[in-house]
Structure formats: C-alpha cells, structure tokens
Design a binder for this molecule. Structure first.
Ligand SMILES: [Zn+2]
Length: 309
C-alpha cells in the first residue's frame, strides 16, 4: 500500500513537473528572446547536426564548433563552457537558445570573414608606409611603450580543457607572465588584465583597456577543436575595419604572426577577423592570439615545454 501510494505521488510529481517545466520552457518563445539553431546556422553559414541519443546539437564551421544540449543552460564553444540565460529547449521540432547567446557568443566566434585576412584585398591595400614601419619596428626601443596583456579566462572560467585535464586559463597566465618579462627586459611598460587566477569579465577587460590607454592590447588564448588534428597558431583582429586603430591592429597582428612563424614549430593558420569583445570594443590597437590547439596532442606537448611558452 505504502509502495503504491509513493508510486502515485511520484507519478503526480512527475506529471506536475512535466507541466510546469514545459510551461517554463515555452515562455521564452512568447517573449521573443529565443532563436532557433537552424536560423543561427543559416545566418552564420554553419553546418548543424543533431545527435538524438545525446540530445545534442553541433554547430560547426571549419575547425570551430559549439555544442548545445537540450534542457542544459551551458553551451560549449570550442570546448569552453558558456552559461546561457536559460536552457536550450525544443519547440516545433526546433532547438532554441537565448538570443543573447547568439549575439554575444556565437556571432563573435563564427562571424569571421576571410579565412586568412592577408588573402583579402583589404590588407594588401594598406598604405605603403605601414610596411616600412613594420620593417623598422624590431630596432625601435620599447621605452615609453606600454603593452596591456590579457591572459584569457581565469578563476571559475577555466577556458578550454586539455585531454590531460590541464586548463587553458593557467597556460594563458604562464605565457603572459613570460611575455611580460621579455617586454620589461626590453624597456616596455607592461600592464595585465589579471596577474593571478582571478576572473575579470569581458566588460571589465574592455574597460581596463579603454581606461589604461596602453599602446596596444594582446589577448592570449589557446585554441580547441573537435577535430584533434587541427593544429597551429592564429592571430585575430576585429572585423571593424573602420575603427581608428584598425590598421595598427593589423600591423601588430602581422608582427606577432611573423614572430610565431620564426619561433613556433606549429603551422600558421593566418590572420583572422572576429568580433571577440576584447579586440572589437577596445579603443587601442588590439589582437587576440590563439597560440596553439590544446585539443591536439602535438600542440599540447609543445606548449607544455618552457620553450613553447
Ligand atoms: Zn580561450
């Protein structure tokens, strides 16, 4: 009898839960703050695949991907967890996510233009003197030159997680500390958005960049892909070619890229354009460097060495 009663109670609770959760899930559609994954795939030219066993959807373009699981409010973007305003839900046979996730997270990752900016006309059309400055920069002293280094992620935000369990956030900080020392030895003034395992938000990082008025910002990250063969380094600049500092950002990107070509054994994946907030909303020349792929064993082995860092 007792067992029957508890079974009944359980069934009622389940039904009740089912009703309320369905109501809660459908609400966002009425509020119009959701967008379907198929619409996102169409707008950003992504492939969309569905794994019904895991109830997961995969958005993909080149080596970049995002994973959404039904009823889960975490979206995995290149192996990094991002919290969504509400869980992904199913309506009319479509998977929906918050519009804020589309605008802040997915657009920033997938709305890049040329695969390699140097191939596009835009950069070839840069005025001649910029190339001359580039050639002369290595001889220029770093006295009175300030660099803001931004080690990606930190604190509760681990960034990508390597197959061996190591966190991207710690690699980023290690690399930033090494770069800071080299720059200081050359006489530059170095500022950091974080110098410990804290978590400045993207808003705070942008604010620091715009208040400190360093000569440039370099954001340091490691990449992650589903395809473990993906390998190499990338340098990212803003998609906003009308920004005042755009030509300086692209010049800085080319300098960093050529330094990587000289010193990194990994392949060159070129200069790319994306709307990452630390390079898109800052008012100083800004680049974001993906030093290698944590998801690739060869890349991971290299970045784990002192020399690699
Ligand atoms: Zn990262």
């Amino acid at each position: 009898m007792l067992r029957l009663a508890s079974l009944f109670l359980f069934t009622m609770a389940f039904l009740f839960w089912g009703c309320t959760s369905e109501k809660r899930m459908l609400q966002p559609v009425q509020q119009g703050n959701s967008i379907s994954l198929s619409q996102i795939a169409q707008e950003l030219s992504l492939s969309l695949t569905w794994n019904s066993a895991e109830r997961k959807a995969y958005l993909q373009k080149d080596d970049y991907y995002a994973i959404v699981q039904l009823q889960n409010d975490i979206i995995w973007i290149r192996g990094e967890p991002h919290k969504m305003e509400f869980p992904a839900y199913l309506a009319n046979k479509e998977v929906y996510v918050p519009i804020s996730t589309y605008i802040q997270d997915l657009k920033a990752l997938f709305a890049y233009q040329a695969k390699n900016v140097e191939e596009s006309k835009e950069i070839q059309d840069l005025p001649e003197p910029l190339y001359k400055i580039e050639a002369s920069i290595p001889k220029v002293s770093f006295i009175n030159f300030s660099v803001l280094l931004d080690p990606g992620h930190g604190g509760k935000d681990t960034g990508a997680i390597a197959p061996n369990g190591l966190y991207e956030k710690n690699f980023n900080l290690d690399i930033a500390n090494k770069v800071a020392q080299i720059l200081k030895d050359k006489g530059a003034k170095v500022l950091m958005t974080r110098n410990n395992d804290s978590f400045p938000t993207l808003d705070q990082r942008v604010l620091i960049a715009n208040q400190k008025k360093a000569n440039c910002l370099v954001s340091i990250h490691l990449n992650n892909a589903l395809n473990t063969k993906a390998s190499g380094f990338e340098v990212w600049i803003s998609t906003n070619s009308k920004a005042k500092h755009y030509s300086k950002s692209s010049m800085l990107a080319r300098l960093i890229r050529s330094a990587f070509q000289k010193h990194s054994p990994l392949s060159d994946r070129g200069i790319r354009k994306g709307a990452f907030r630390v390079i898109h909303e800052t008012h100083i020349p800004s680049v974001l460097v993906e030093c290698c792929f944590l998801s690739n064993p060869k890349d991971l082995a290299w970045i784990s060495t002192e020399e690699g860092k």
